[in-house]
Design a protein. Structure first.
Length: 94
């Protein structure tokens, strides 16, 4: 579904995909299937931005929130968090 300027309201993010059909159904897909879509901190800002765009986009009638691959979301990515904390000197390795 294009806007009045002919643009498709698909927003571009690194690990989250969005798409909207001609009926106004927006699909937001967590796209880290190799990690079972384990949540990473970078998604916080991206999801806030996506929801803000959806909120003001009158063409969006419905949102489907899903995950690529076999899992919707495995929860927080513990390995990514441990790596980030180790780099910051927080992780003690216990």
């Amino acid at each position: 579904m294009a806007d009045r300027l002919g643009r498709n309201p698909t927003y571009s993010y690194e690990l989250i995909k969005t798409d909207m059909d001609d009926k106004g159904i927006m699909t937001v897909t967590l796209n880290r299937p190799e990690k079972r879509n384990a949540f990473i901190s970078a998604w916080h800002a991206e999801l806030i931005e996506i929801w803000e765009k959806i909120h003001i986009d009158d063409r969006v009638r419905c949102v489907i929130f899903t995950g690529a691959g076999k899992a919707f979301c495995a929860g927080g990515d513990v390995a990514a968090r441990a790596f980030r904390e180790k780099r910051k000197g927080v992780y003690k390795g216990r």
